[in-house]
Design a protein around this ligand. Structure first.
Ligand SMILES: [Fe+2]
Length: 237
């Protein structure tokens, strides 16, 4: 069975992805990234450098969008393709919300990025914040109606507050956050995947919802010794 190395929020940090890609190369695994990807961003895009590094390593990276991603550019690159991954550069594949990927072993992945930003008030619309960050009703419906079986659900947001987290921020933000988590929870209930992997909360935790193992993965760490909290190795058997 194909091996996968899931990786948490990368926030455009090439050193962190390079460390994860080295590990994926050693393990003969594909990389799947959980949003807040950040390699396309106003004034500081490093997509060519990321792609060149992955080509050199022979590692493919699939990624979803988070809240901190330049959504209009990602949508333009999809050119209307919503059902499958889109290779936006060699070895770099964007998975739009509601898209499905089936690997050569028949393992099926459903992807649904997006989440609300707690720090929205400190950001500038169109430069560091975009209204497309939250999952729309149409995107949610497409994800809910994805053809099964779905073995793995990959999202940016969690189905509930991870252990140690609780409601905070403005009431407006809290309402958006709770809606987002209800959407993810509904996707788990609908598809009952073996595994759900998410980022967004910058923490590492393992919980269960029904028969689904839920893995929260930590974000980019400057110290490579912390990579263990920011990646998860998985294969179906
Ligand atoms: Fe993040």
């Amino acid at each position: 069975m194909t091996k996968f190395l899931f990786i948490g929020d990368t926030h455009g940090q090439l050193d962190f992805v390079t460390a994860a890609a080295k590990r994926a190369c050693q393990l003969n695994a594909d990389l799947i990234q959980c949003g807040d990807w950040g390699f396309i961003w106003p004034g500081k895009s490093e997509l060519p450098e990321l792609s060149a590094m992955l080509v050199t390593m022979g590692v493919t990276m699939r990624f979803i969008d988070g809240n901190h991603d330049e959504h209009p550019v990602l949508r333009r690159l999809c050119n209307g393709q919503h059902d499958l991954g889109v290779e936006i550069a060699p070895r770099v594949i964007y998975q739009p919300r509601g898209s499905v990927h089936e690997d050569e072993d028949g393992t099926r992945f459903l992807f649904c990025g997006g989440a609300p930003s707690i720090d929205r008030e400190g950001r500038v619309k169109g430069k560091s914040w975009w209204p497309e960050e939250t999952i729309t009703a149409a995107e949610f419906k497409q994800s809910l109606c994805a053809t099964g079986p779905i073995h793995v659900l990959v999202t940016h947001d969690a189905p509930d507050y991870p252990p140690g987290f609780s409601a905070k921020g403005s009431l407006r933000y809290q309402a958006l956050q709770e809606l987002s988590m209800r959407q993810i929870d509904a996707l788990i209930k609908m598809h009952s995947p073996l595994l759900h992997v998410h980022g967004h909360w910058h923490t590492r935790a393992t919980t269960h919802r029904g028969t689904t193992r839920v893995e929260a993965i930590d974000c980019n760490q400057l110290d490579p010794a912390d990579l263990d909290n920011s990646v998860l190795l998985w294969s179906r058997e």
